[in-house]
Design a protein around this ligand. Structure first.
Ligand code: SF4
Ligand code: SF4
Length: 98
């Protein structure tokens, strides 16, 4: 059986602060080609990335289309959601399902 987001997040939480920061940077670099190019993001002035792992955007308010399902982080982290920029991080969305 494939690992759930929650299993993968648990493993990620075992990383050192330094390793975690590096992983977040890697995710943001990939995110730049998806969030960074998506219709909800472009033109808003937003510069943050990696909303699935960090937090919702303080800038983006309108959902005009989401590219998260095409992003490799969705399969790498077994994400079940999208629109992290408006809805909050995957951890928050997971908690909300409990
Ligand atoms: S979470 Fe989805 S809608 Fe929001 S900026 Fe990223 S790709 Fe766009
Ligand atoms: S899943 Fe969405 S928010 Fe997360 S890195 Fe990919 S495009 Fe960005």
């Amino acid at each position: 059986m494939s690992e759930s987001f929650e299993d993968k997040m648990k493993a990620m939480n075992d990383l050192s602060d330094e390793e975690m920061a590096k992983r977040i940077q890697e995710i943001k670099a990939i995110c730049a080609s998806f969030c960074g190019e998506c219709p909800s993001y472009t033109g808003t002035g937003e510069t943050e990335l990696g909303f699935c792992m960090t937090d919702k955007s303080k800038v983006i308010t309108e959902e005009k289309g989401c590219l998260c399902t095409s992003c490799p982080i969705t399969s790498q982290m077994s994400l079940r959601w999208k629109y992290f920029c408006t809805l909050g991080s995957a951890s928050e969305l997971s908690e909300a399902e409990k």
